[in-house]
Design a protein around this ligand. Structure first.
Ligand code: NDP
Length: 826
């Protein structure tokens, strides 16, 4: 809200102040008028009235004026849309990749054709500036459809062995309404899926306009459906049993609800949630560029950006200079009507968001943060004279790392600043957040930038730039910022599934052992006595008559007794008592996770080293093949040839992942800006795997080896019924140079241990192969910590089949892609 009095020419030369430059709203108003400012849902290629007739107003946050009435979707509306998407699926999937590509291409062309309408409508509905909708949102939307027209064309060659998932439910927020639509709809359609999309309550208009434009561009009816409404509509959509995939962008809180709502339904899920993204300025950075970077990081889109650089970390020696420059730049920012082409900052989306920002800023002040706002701020703060919702650009300094300002996502034009001394301290501070969406690093030293970038726990790292986005690059979070990627090759996988999954059958009754329940109670179970001495030797039929010992857990590179000192009997196929397995409990899992956390050396080891260790494991297993054959036969009753086949396949699988260890690498994405975008697959860190009962050696190795090969430290739960093949591996591991903590093995009740692992905040990803109930429980129990899970939904895999038991999907699921943007040129 810059000065309004008419200045003289002389004054203008001094202040360089410029007047309003309004964009006409006519094109958008005419479109609204054509629809009588009254909208239904867009289902099956046309607008339909809401079943129960309920509607609500959508307004322009700049002045509160009502733009239109839109439909409040209920369950019946959602159901109609999902059914339309289901009906459209066969014909859409029946098209050739080229035909689908032509549709996506047409969408891109039509977005460009209607660029002005979309830009103005977006600025009106959201309150963001026309400069941004016109120059950033809409061009990126068109780019997204062009890029994905390419993926549609290439689907069968670039993603051989994968197929579309089916009907996708997509729920998007209000901060980039049309861009988020493009991020979700383009890959879904390119992969051969159909869509039901729910835009945010505050910003439904561009989605409705887009749906209409898509129909005009010839997209078949039912391929894209839009149901408007508030959070209740979103909840009804994600609960619909017709969905095969849910994609969500929004708050972490709602992300958790959606994780719970989709648990156990075999629904593929991607969550792009909030962030508190660090903006790190080293002392050799070009400070003027860094200041412009801050403008783009936090005052772009009013700071209502999930990846906003809202947390400024400045090296101490340049902190004062940086702050002075920043304050001076803040004076020149312009905030006001979204259709004024000369505005930097527009209106906040809604009173509820303005209240949230105001409340958090007051809290930051109360916690002792030093607050700076530009001198013109009082004109702008809160609700301005015209009824618009404005909040001035705000800088907090002297903020403690643990304060609200540093930890909470404010989602407004507010940046907090603190200092650091060394690069190591910068990394430590930057990672001291529960989020992990993005980070920005400013230094003229490329060595420093590329040293720091991989250490930052964030899905995107921008070097000397910020908030740059492109369809060719994946985008998505670590930790509470969610999982899954949008954009690029990595984003396409979110809308595809391995073709082999379709043929899997559920486990037969009794095939999965329900677990050593009696042992859990410690009733009459032969095992360890109170002093923890080994159980007496038992008849280990088929083990050369050797005296068998009670196995132990394997934690931190050592064999350890279980915390509860209980063990349970392992019976052979013929009912013979083969030995004892330790009954691990919560504490044992916690110890194993702690050991894995400390085993970071494995993740830092070179890929070559990891390959060597895996080859060594294979070799040492091979040397002892006969022992393992005997053990497998005794446990499962397998014929000799089958047991030999299982051991040989396990040796091969170690070899396979040893081979992959230094070959499963990333890509340099071809983004159109002057930069290299390095897409690096990174290990999750600590991963949990839970193995089924069948093929007790091969299934275990099939799950553990890819996780290890990609650099994860693993906590593994082997077959509950026949754990001895895994416990026999301890000696193989001990002789194979696997560092302590890289692989930890806890035996016991599968479901109980899986539950503890799912709830454990320090386990970043988890694979579970077991019952349908167990799968559901892992998805549900991990909702709080938002770990990435891969479960089998109670379906049995054939571990001997290379398609089902090994390969690309395992490697992909064992990693997450970090995109590092490195610009070049002067
Ligand atoms: P929400 O997470 O509530 O909204 C995102 C989308 O989810 C909207 O379409 C919303 O509908 C819908 N939704 C709400 N509840 C449910 C539910 N139970 N099941 C399914 N869908 C649901 O974010 P808000 O708009 O309420 O914003 C709150 C805070 O979230 C912001 O202050 C900000 O901190 C953060 N946020 C983060 C974003 C990001 O990109 N990471 C984007 C937007 C907000 P409806 O709009 O009708 O409520």
């Amino acid at each position: 809200m810059s000065g309004t009095a008419e200045p003289s020419v002389k004054e203008i030369f001094e202040t360089m102040e410029y007047g309003p430059a309004p964009e006409s709203a006519e094109v958008a108003q005419a479109w609204l008028q054509r629809h009588d400012r009254l909208f239904g849902h867009f289902v099956d290629g046309r607008f339909v009235d809401p079943v129960d007739g309920e509607r609500f107003a959508t307004v322009h946050p700049g002045d509160g004026a009502e733009l239109a009435q839109v439909a409040q979707g209920g369950e019946a509306d959602v159901d109609a849309a999902v059914r339309a998407a289901e009906r459209a699926l066969p014909a859409w999937q029946g098209l050739t990749p080229h035909q689908r590509a032509r549709h996506l291409y047409a969408l891109a062309r039509h977005v460009q054709k209607h660029a002005r309408l979309l830009a103005v409508l977006e600025a009106l509905d959201n309150g963001k500036t026309i400069r941004e909708t016109r120059d950033i949102d809409v061009p990126l939307v068109a780019r997204h459809f062009y890029h994905h027209a390419g993926w549609a064309q290439l689907r069968d060659s670039a993603f051989a062995g994968y197929e579309p998932v089916g009907v996708c439910g997509q729920v998007i927020p209000w901060n980039f309404p049309l861009l988020m639509l493009a991020w979700k709809v383009a890959p879904a359609l390119a992969a051969g899926n159909t869509v039901v999309l729910k835009p945010a309550e505050f910003t439904p208009l561009t989605a409705l306009a887009f749906a209409e434009i898509a129909a005009e561009a010839g997209l078949p009816a039912g391929v894209l459906n839009v149901v408007t409404g508030d959070g209740r509509t979103g909840a009804a959509l994600v609960a619909h049993e017709g969905l095969a995939k849910v994609a969500f962008t929004g708050s972490t809180e709602v992300g958790r609800l959606i994780r719970q709502a989709t648990a156990g339904r075999g629904v593929k899920l991607s969550l792009e949630l909030g962030g508190k993204s660090p903006f790190i300025v080293f002392d050799d950075a070009d400070l003027d560029s860094a200041v412009e970077g801050v403008v783009d990081a936090i005052w772009f889109n009013q700071g209502e950006v999930c990846c906003a650089g809202s947390w400024l970390l400045v090296q101490e020696s340049v902190a004062t200079r940086m702050e002075e420059k920043l304050r001076a730049r803040m004076e020149t920012l312009r905030e006001g009507p979204s259709l004024d082409k000369a505005m930097d900052i527009g209106a906040i989306i809604a009173p509820v968001q303005l209240d949230k920002i105001t409340r958090l800023v007051e809290q930051c002040r109360a916690e002792g943060g030093r607050c700076y706002q530009p001198s013109w701020a009082s004109e702008a703060g809160g609700v301005a004279a015209g009824g618009g919702l404005y909040f001035p650009p705000t800088l907090f300094s002297d903020v403690a790392p643990s304060s609200t300002a540093a930890q909470e996502e404010i989602f407004g034009p507010v940046i907090v600043s603190m200092t650091f001394r060394t690069p190591a301290e910068a990394v430590e501070l930057a990672n001291n957040t529960r989020y992990g969406l993005a980070a920005s690093v400013w230094t003229e030293n490329v060595n420093l930038a590329l040293d720091v970038a991989p250490k930052l726990e964030a899905g995107v790292v921008w070097v000397n730039c910020t908030n740059v986005l492109d369809a060719a690059s994946g985008f998505g979070g670590y930790r509470e910022s969610g999982f899954g990627r949008e954009g690029g090759r990595e984003g396409m996988f979110e809308y595809l599934k391995p073709a082999w999954e379709a043929g899997l059958e559920p486990y037969a009754a009794g095939e999965l052992w329900s677990g050593p329940e009696g042992a859990a109670l410690g009733e009459g179970v032969p095992g360890l006595d109170a002093s923890g001495a080994d159980a007496p030797g038992t008849d280990a039929a088929g083990t050369d008559g050797a005296i068998d010992r009670t196995a132990k857990l394997y934690v931190g590179g050592k064999q350890v007794r279980p915390d509860g000192n209980y063990s349970y009997p392992v019976l052979g196929a013929d009912g013979n008592h083969l030995g004892e397995a330790p009954l691990g409990n919560r504490k044992d899992v916690r110890n194993a996770v702690e050991a894995a956390r400390k085993g970071a050396a494995w993740s830092k080891a070179t890929a070559h080293n990891r390959a060597q260790v895996l080859y060594y494991l294979a070799e040492n297993l091979d040397v002892r093949a006969a022992e393992f054959v005997t053990r497998l036969r005794a446990m499962t009753g397998a014929r000799k040839a089958d047991a030999e086949r299982e051991v040989a396949a396990s040796v091969q699988r170690f070899f396979l992942y040893a081979a992959h260890a230094d070959k499963y690498d990333g890509a340099v994405h071809a983004t159109p800006l002057r930069n290299v975008t390095l897409a690096m697959p990174e290990p999750w860190g600590v991963m949990a795997v839970v193995a089924p009962d069948e093929a007790p050696l091969l299934a275990f190795v099939s799950l553990v080896a890819p996780a290890l090969a990609t650099g994860n430290r693993v906590v593994a739960v082997p077959s509950a019924r026949w754990p001895l093949a895994a416990t026999d591996l301890y000696q193989v591991i001990d002789t194979s140079d696997l560092p302590a903590g890289a692989l930890n093995i806890v035996t016991g009740d599968r479901e109980e241990l899986a539950g503890v692992l799912a709830r454990h905040a320090d386990v970043a990803a988890m694979w579970y192969v077991g019952s349908a109930d167990g799968s559901a429980s892992v998805e549900r129990e991990s909702a709080d910590n938002l770990k990435a899970t891969w479960v089998n939904s109670g379906k049995r895999r054939d571990w001997f089949d290379p398609e089902q038991g090994e390969g690309a999907e395992y490697l992909r699921r064992a990693t997450r892609v970090k995109n590092i943007w490195v610009p070049y040129g002067e």
